[in-house]
Design a protein around this ligand. Structure first.
Ligand code: PG9
Length: 633
């Protein structure tokens, strides 16, 4: 016997020499949970089974389902803390409002990742010319929803989908051919077009820091591997390597098909065009499922997707009831976390929670819960981080070149680096700088640690004084504003620019310069806050699918959009436009000599170039500003 009965009090005593390993299986007692968890391998039409975690509130009946399909480990997505006893603690922070209100929550590994069977293909292209397998993330979502509504008796047969970034991509894929039980969707910062502006490229410039994502995501079915770092400064690490191809080879990426697909498609060829989801959405005859697109104003990963997908559907939403746009003051995916601040910016409360509780939740309830009221969903809801308030609009943009409530206004780049509402007639011709690929402009102060989340998630709101004054950065400044000016729309850069090389990148930043004194928040005094920023690879001047060498020393016209802006420029502030030719090591260096594939540029191809931004009456460079109210100085 293991124990001896103790005389009198009913306790037992364990003999000192009792073996401590019994040989019997140890059973962890089930905690008292307010939910049950089912893990199921859900079969798809081709027999592949997908790992699916279902969290059911105890006592659920007639309950709606929210589904997220993920490449990021479904088991972990449904286990925020170990051994949670409350469903609200098991689920991600972004799910709280749903968890508190009886929703059934489902996470599923997409095929080929973590617990799911099948092959993994990075953001698997939709069925069509690139994918003849008959299977994509539309069919997998369809088959999953079909299974869920037939096999969860506690459900009311209605499903909503939400998720951010890659998980947002899987939501959009489900919308291309939705199951009838899919009643509502919220793609959050979705990856829509990986070449034009989401994740892999930005107007043709390659986001080389994403190489680590490839190893993390595709070196194994489970967690992959990180990048070795030779020094603590990724600026140095990338610069020493040479081209992106050299860096990738040294890091072992040639073993990964996902890298080869990038290497083989540096331009916007049919490979990219045929998987641009906004183009596929635009071809839908109607909006089948009410959808709320969410986007951050300072989304460092997917700045293009949400708002362009919304725009692709907007003409089909004639009565403003099925296509909604929300843009918060957020970094990538911040919508699902605390939204009280971003970098040095502080907002009026937790803006992310305000969205989730007051807008998203009632919208989902309306379509998913039996008897829920009609939500008063704003057609367009965008935060203004200068006024610190949400603006509700019927239409977006509020100001543009043609067809908006207000017409956009040109702001000219003068040769003396001033910004003015009128053209330069001083007789001076241009402002110039020398761009040296051996000394590219850093995108954050060095040392650059790409693994540091705080650096990465806030870089788009960083004070730009750290480059203002470099000889390879032009900083054009306006007079001080004497009255507020509201910007609400998409600024468009119209540059007449020349390079002494035969290829070139152009970085344009629109900056709100705070007053010299700012007693309300002294660290913001003189702050140069980027409110819209982008990079354009010059070879694509005549078309993203038609790279061409640039004629050296010729002023050539470059026109390209910056991201959305909804911002009041306040009295005492000034506007600034910075122009430079690199943002390193975030984007790969343009060698400034035209080569077929920049991924494979050779050391000799990287050459200094003299860059000029022209300001003559015939070649007047300007930014077209979406002024919705007020007058520029
Ligand atoms: N931005 C990430 C990503 C999406 C799609 C492809 C590759 C990366 C993400 O946050 O999921």
């Amino acid at each position: 016997a293991l124990a001896l009965a103790m005389a009198g009090n009913g306790w037992t005593q364990t003999a000192p020499m009792t073996p401590d390993i019994t040989g019997k299986t140890f059973v962890v007692p089930e905690p008292q949970r307010d939910f049950t968890k089912r893990v199921v391998m859900v079969p798809m039409r081709d027999g592949v089974k997908l790992y699916t975690v279902i969290l059911l509130p105890k006592g659920a009946h007639d309950a709606p389902i929210i589904l997220t399909r993920t490449p990021y480990n479904a088991a972990k997505r449904a286990e925020r803390i170990d051994n949670a006893t409350r469903m609200v603690d098991a689920l991600p922070q972004g799910d709280t409002a749903f968890a508190e209100d009886g929703y059934i929550r489902v996470f599923q590994d997409i095929r080929g990742k973590y617990g799911s069977e099948g092959d993994y293909v990075m953001t698997r292209p939709p069925r069509g010319p690139l994918n003849k397998t008959g299977i994509d993330n539309s069919t997998d979502a369809y088959d999953t929803i079909d299974w869920l509504v037939k096999n969860i008796p506690q459900s009311n047969g209605r499903v909503g989908m939400l998720g951010s970034s890659y998980e947002g991509f899987t939501v959009v894929m489900a919308l291309l051919q939705p199951h009838p039980a899919l009643k509502v969707a919220a793609p959050e910062s979705p990856m829509i077009d990986g070449w034009i502006g989401d994740d892999w490229f930005q107007n043709g410039a390659y986001r080389q820091i994403n190489l680590g994502y490839l190893t993390g995501q595709t070196a194994a079915r489970g967690p992959g591997v990180g990048m070795p770092r030779a020094t603590n400064d990724d600026y140095t690490n990338f610069l020493r390597a040479g081209s992106v191809g050299d860096y990738a080879r040294a890091a072992g990426l040639e073993q990964l098909p996902a890298w080869h697909k990038l290497l083989e498609h540096p331009s916007y060829d049919s490979y990219w065009q045929q998987q641009g989801l906004d183009k596929l959405l635009a071809r839908l005859p109607a909006i089948n499922v009410p959808v709320m697109w969410e986007q951050g104003l300072w989304d460092q990963e997917d700045m293009y997707g949400g708002n362009h997908a919304w725009a692709a559907l907007e003409s089909k939403d004639t009565d403003n009831t099925r296509n909604f746009l929300v843009i918060g003051p957020w970094r990538h995916s911040q919508a699902n976390y605390d939204g009280s601040s971003l970098g040095d910016l502080k907002f009026d409360g937790d803006t992310a929670q305000q969205w989730r509780r007051n807008v998203l939740k009632p919208f989902f309830d309306q379509y998913l819960k039996t008897g829920a009221p009609i939500a008063k969903t704003p057609p367009v809801w965008i935060y203004d981080a200068a006024s610190n308030r949400w603006d509700t609009y019927q239409h977006w943009p509020q100001s543009c070149a043609q067809g908006c409530a207000q017409a956009s206004v040109p702001l000219y780049l003068h040769a003396d680096q001033t910004l003015r509402g009128t053209q330069d007639n001083s007789g001076a011709q241009y402002a110039e700088y020398v761009s040296d690929p051996a000394k590219p402009v850093p995108f954050v102060p060095r040392p650059v640690d790409m693994g540091d989340r705080a650096t990465w998630t806030t870089w788009l709101v960083r004070d730009q004084r750290f480059v203002d004054g470099r000889t390879d950065v032009l900083s054009y400044t306006s007079a001080e504003l004497t009255a507020p000016v509201k910007l609400a729309g998409v600024p468009v850069a119209h540059l007449f620019a020349s390079t002494s090389g035969s290829d070139s990148d152009w970085v344009v930043k629109l900056i709100d310069v705070y007053p010299d004194q700012y007693p309300d928040d002294p660290k913001m005094a003189g702050y140069e806050l980027p409110i819209a920023l982008t990079i354009f690879r010059g070879r694509y001047r005549e078309g993203f699918d038609a790279p061409k060498a640039l004629a050296s020393d010729q002023p050539l016209m470059y026109s390209f959009d910056l991201p959305n802006v909804n911002h009041v420029l306040k009295p005492g502030h000034r506007l600034m436009v910075q122009i430079q030719s690199s943002l390193f090591p975030l984007y790969d260096r343009n060698p400034q000599t035209y080569v077929n594939n920049i991924f494979l540029a050779k050391p000799d191809d990287y050459r200094k170039a003299t860059q000029r931004i022209w300001a003559t009456p015939q070649q007047a460079s300007f930014i077209s500003l979406p002024v919705a109210a007020g007058h520029l100085p």
